[in-house]
Design a protein around this ligand. Structure first.
Ligand code: ATP
Length: 306
């Protein structure tokens, strides 16, 4: 049954909890968030994911039933899967449900581009109760949505290393894995229509909707979530010793003026690879189906609690 907007004021907030986020932190945040939402006079329905990607099912149901808001307790991966579910739910005739975040991941990079207190449960609960919203853009690699960033090349290499059993997760682990991989990574080739470095070897190409990625890098310091465009940052392949200072600059967000970095802001990109590439969306590894990959943005496709 679909609820009218006035009924939705009384509809529950769906609290979507990824128990695997933040290496166990999510359980504590979820408990505090649920108490804070009830203290703010909101009805709460708690749904825990059972496995990776389960976020999409819960989010699509929240859209179908017209939840007041979908509050995600998790990190960038959980948020990304939840956004996919919200978009699917809306496309299937469900309501547009605003998304809120109680940050419980390790990187929490998307939240860094929002101005809401995602680390403060009581204040966040009051924001949800107040119902102030803002629309932001959603990026797509082919048909895979992302809210923060998508990348090809070196960041995929790092995530593949981190998937090895026994390798720690978290920002410090990401940075140390990245430093280790910096010396061995051999770059990739891709032809991008709007890139001056056509077919030259690249270390990585990132399409950023938000400003930060990898937990520690200000990869696109001027990116905006609501400008209808993506910031494309490409780092060309350079000698391993030149990579380290450039990555240090990327942590500070001062790398865009380097001659090894190219930058484009646009709403559509087309890339051609030698073989179907792996890529990452919001820190989640994906496999492209073909050598031709399209990256685009849908302006204002997501409503967030602001
Ligand atoms: N019940 C579950 N069991 C195992 N993995 C899950 C479960 N629910 C979700 N996941 C997956 O866990 C992965 C990591 O989640 P998430 O991104 O929320 O946390 P994080 O990695 O700690 O934070 P960040 O991405 O911000 O660094 C995602 O791929 C998510 O889909």
């Amino acid at each position: 049954m679909m609820l009218s907007p006035s009924d939705r004021i009384h509809a529950p907030v769906v609290l979507l909890v990824n128990p695997a986020a933040g290496r166990g932190r999510a359980g504590r945040v979820a408990q505090a968030a649920s108490e804070a939402l009830r203290a703010a006079d909101l009805a709460v329905d708690v749904h825990e994911t059972r496995e990776r990607g389960d976020e999409a099912r819960i989010a699509a149901e929240a859209s179908a039933t017209g939840a007041r808001a979908l509050a995600v307790v998790g990190g960038d991966g959980a948020i990304s899967h939840a956004v996919r579910g919200l978009l699917d739910g809306e496309a299937g005739g469900g309501a547009r449900v605003p998304m809120a975040i109680f940050a419980a991941g390790t990187g929490n990079d998307f939240a860094k581009s929002l101005v809401v207190p995602v680390h403060h449960v009581a204040r966040m609960a009051r924001h949800i109760a107040a119902g102030n919203t803002h629309v932001v853009d959603v990026g797509f690699v082919d048909d895979v949505p992302f809210v923060n960033a998508a990348g090809f090349g070196f960041d995929v290499e790092v995530l593949e290393h981190m998937r090895t059993p026994g390798v720690l997760r978290g920002t410090a682990a990401y940075v140390s894995t990245a430093l280790g991989a910096l010396f061995g990574y051999r770059g990739f080739r891709a032809n991008m229509a709007n890139d001056s470095a056509i077919m030259s070897r690249k270390l990585m190409t990132v399409f950023a909707n938000g400003r930060c990625f990898g937990g520690a890098f200000r990869i696109a310091p001027d990116a905006r979530l609501d400008d209808g465009a993506l910031d494309c940052v490409t780092i060309r392949d350079i000698s391993p010793w030149a990579r380290v200072p450039l990555f240090a600059r990327a942590m500070r967000g001062t790398h865009l003026t380097s001659p090894h970095v190219s930058f484009h802001r646009d709403h559509h990109f087309h890339l051609r690879f030698d073989t179907p590439p792996m890529f990452e969306t919001d820190g989640e590894l994906q496999q492209a189906a073909t050598c031709d990959v399209s990256v685009s943005v849908r302006a204002g496709a997501l409503t967030v609690i602001a």
